[in-house]
Write a protein that binds this ligand. Sequence first.
Ligand SMILES: [Ca+2]
Length: 132
Amino acid sequence: MRKLQIGSPSVTTIDAHKYWNATDICLEIGASYRFEVEGEQFWYDARIRSDADGYTKPWLHWAEMFRRKPNENWFSLIGNIGQSGEQEFLIGKKLENYKATSSGELFCYANDVPIMYFNNHGALILTITRLS
Ligand SMILES: [Ca+2]
């Protein structure tokens, strides 16, 4: 697993189809990080195009409570330290200054209903920079 050096960006690919994307990047408790999906990048929920901030659709409102993170948009980019679901945080297109609350591998995913990953496709390139 990679530990990041301050000021030295690292990139990882997040696939919409994967329930967990292992990044091989180790976040360290107390360190601060910037996350950014640079430029115009999109991934797809069936035929719906979305960026890392995700999307909303009125006709999907009924299903929002079943999302892995119910209060974040469909297909918003979510980060997680480990796979427990207890250290989840919204990344979106840009998260400027995130202070890690534990140490462990960064996992990421597109916010969706757990059984609905089969129709996801596309991937985003996420750039992570340790700030301090
Ligand atoms: Ca889906």
